[in-house]
Design a protein around this ligand. Structure first.
Ligand SMILES: Cc1cc2nc3c(=O)[nH]c(=O)nc-3n(C[C@H](O)[C@H](O)[C@H](O)COP(=O)(O)O)c2cc1C
Length: 201
């Protein structure tokens, strides 16, 4: 275990597979993980991954996973306080609903409370948003959250590494999230140069 601590929130946007891979990679890197899942996030874990309950061992594919689970309604949990020191928070996937709350400083549950605490403490907050297309409300909320200090990191993969599988597409997004939170990884996300046989004028 490193002495790094990361808060992860899973909300009710499609893309539970991103959350699973993120937890797997954080756990593999020896990070202390504090996890909170919204009720709709839990539904997506069930619908998209077949998980009957929040099971850190299954999500991280590891028995000694380093995950502490906090209840969604428990706004008295440690991560709800600015005095709880950590290295940042990732909401993955992040729904429009949760984005809207964070952008407007609404802290009615532990996900949004912990996120708003990140902003007031000037800690890194990454919102791996998933929805398309975007309405003006979401665009404005993204602007507001960005102005407050959050990083909007939509779950859209690049294709320049020529992915061959869903796993590689998911890995690309998760690798970039890990870059943003400062966790080293060996996922293939680094563009180096154009192919030698391509010449742009
Ligand atoms: C199957 C399913 C898929 C959904 N996908 C998305 C999505 O991709 N993006 C989004 O913003 N909301 C999506 N929603 C709607 C959110 O789950 C809903 O707005 C909910 O209130 C979010 O609550 P939360 O932010 O507390 O998780 C989806 C809902 C369901 C049931």
């Amino acid at each position: 275990m490193t002495n790094k601590r990361v808060v992860v929130a899973i909300t009710g946007a499609s893309g539970a597979i991103y959350a699973k891979r993120l937890l797997f990679e954080l756990s593999r890197a020896g990070i202390e993980i504090h996890l909170v899942v919204s009720p709709l996030g839990q539904r997506l874990l069930h619908d998209e991954l077949g998980l009957e309950r929040i099971d850190p061992a299954a999500l991280c594919e590891k028995e000694d996973h380093g995950v502490t689970i906090h209840g969604h309604r428990d706004v008295g949990a440690a991560i709800a306080s600015g005095s709880f020191i950590h290295d940042g928070m990732i909401v993955c996937p992040c729904s429009n609903n949760t984005l809207a709350s964070i952008a407007n400083g609404v802290s009615g549950n532990l996900v949004t409370r912990a996120a708003n605490v990140c902003l007031k403490e000037r800690r890194r907050l990454i919102l791996a948003h998933r929805e398309m297309p975007l309405g003006l409300t979401e665009i404005r909320n993204m602007q507001q959250a960005t102005e407050a200090g959050a990083i909007i990191a939509p779950t859209n993969p690049g294709f320049y590494m020529i992915p061959q599988s869903i796993d590689e597409l998911v890995g690309f997004v998760v690798g970039r999230l890990l870059d943003l939170i400062g966790v080293e990884h060996d996922i293939n996300v680094r563009w180096t140069d154009s192919p030698a046989n391509f010449r742009s004028e």
